[in-house]
Ligand binder design. Structure first.
Ligand code: ADP
Ligand code: MG
Length: 243
């Protein structure tokens, strides 16, 4: 499995109309390398989730183009979008597990409606093993700690073999120790599977582990910092927009 390139060109998203309109994404142009980990940082309300929703085709932009791998998702039809979303993994701050389903059933829920080339339950167990929850297949979310629930959610995000993982404040509900463990897990997953990862966060430790950090303010990328030791080996500061 490998990662996809993500390219945004002049992407703008408005909420509301007229003088009350909020520009949640403001002419965003960025090119994200395949198999990289990018942290999207910024204050609450700066537009982090909006960017993930646009890239995940949960929302459509008002202007601009988004290309993910070979697919221009802003010009494919509904069928194309359904197919596209199956190549994604989503992780949310509040886990979004179904409380009446076991850990295993939560993990395989995204692939249940589809015919797959793999055995769903076997893959689900494998993913739970991978996140350190082997043996907890039958536990209900309510019987698991926050960190464990987030690991179930990560296993669920992986079950469809995504080439792009979108995580929206994945450690935002966790204490610092669990947060660090969850980040280690994400880094290990990227090393093993090579998918591209985009992680929205306002936590510094997440940003520090990423290959690149995009800082967002009022819907714009105002700072773009590539880590020195990233696999791309690029120079540190790529561009710093005036703001
Ligand atoms: P962040 O994730 O950085 O906290 P968001 O992307 O959620 O920021 O929000 C960016 C801006 O867009 C905020 O001003 C927010 O209130 C607004 N916004 C986000 N989603 C909606 C929506 N569904 N309807 C109206 N306004 C929204
Ligand atoms: Mg958000």
């Amino acid at each position: 499995m490998t990662g996809v390139r993500v390219e945004l060109a002049g992407v703008t998203k408005l909420y509301g109309t007229g003088v009350d309109a909020i520009v949640a994404a403001n002419d965003v142009t960025v090119n994200i390398e395949p198999s990289s980990i990018t942290a999207i940082t910024g204050a609450s309300g700066s537009g982090k989730s909006t960017l993930l929703h646009l890239i995940g085709a949960i929302e459509a932009p008002d202007k601009g183009r988004i290309r993910v791998g070979k697919k221009e998702i802003t010009s494919v039809g509904t069928r194309g979008l359904v197919k596209y979303r199956r190549t994604l993994g989503f992780v949310f701050q509040r886990y979004h597990l179904l409380p009446t389903l076991s850990a295993l059933d939560n993990v395989i829920a995204p692939v249940l409606p589809f015919r797959t080339t793999f055995d769903k339950a076997a893959r689900g167990r494998e993913m739970l093993d991978l996140v350190g929850l082997g043996g907890r297949e039958n536990a209900l979310p309510g019987q698991l700690s926050g960190g464990q629930q987030q690991r179930v959610a990560i296993a669920r995000a992986l079950v469809g073999q995504p080439t792009l993982l979108l995580a929206d404040e994945p450690t935002g509900s966790l204490d610092s120790v669990t947060c660090a463990a969850t980040l280690d897990l994400l880094i290990r997953i990227r090393a093993e599977f090579g998918m591209t990862m985009l992680i929205a966060t306002h936590e510094q430790d997440v940003a520090a582990l990423a290959d690149r950090r995009l800082h967002v303010r009022d819907g714009r990328i105002v700072q773009d910092i590539v880590a020195d030791d990233s696999h791309e080996g690029k120079a540190s500061v790529e561009a710093v927009a005036a703001d």
